[in-house]
Write a protein that binds this ligand. Structure first.
Ligand code: FES
Length: 109
């Protein structure tokens, strides 16, 4: 099951949550809160990379500065083969451990 999470935090909302949600729906046929046999789409709270908004996450990988043209590549990239997305437009990918560190840091403020 591929889980696609689109950030709805303030920065991402400002820079593209709505746009990314529409693009994901167009490509997958799924709106946030819906799932098929192989894909689940969700809206999530801040992923901790606000300065790189808009952000979305596919399974354990977070993608920053996501533009419309990036969404198809991101969705088609599997965690088993991250090179298929590579360092193209957004270039910045973070694994779940980095996200936990970022969220823990924010929790200390
Ligand atoms: S608002 Fe999206 S990562 Fe913080």
């Amino acid at each position: 099951m591929k889980k696609i999470c689109i950030c709805t935090g303030r920065s991402c909302k400002t820079f593209g949550t709505r746009r990314l949600t529409k693009k994901v729906k167009k490509l997958t046929g799924l709106a946030p809160g819906q799932k098929s046999d192989s894909i689940q789409v969700e809206h999530v709270e801040c992923l901790g990379f606000c300065s790189s908004a808009p952000n979305m996450q596919v399974n354990d990988t977070t993608h920053n500065n996501v533009q419309d043209d990036d969404v198809k590549k991101i969705i088609n990239t599997s965690d088993d083969n991250p090179e298929t997305y590579g360092e193209e437009r957004t270039g910045q990918k973070h694994n779940a451990e980095e996200i936990m560190d970022a969220n823990n840091f924010l929790g200390d403020l």
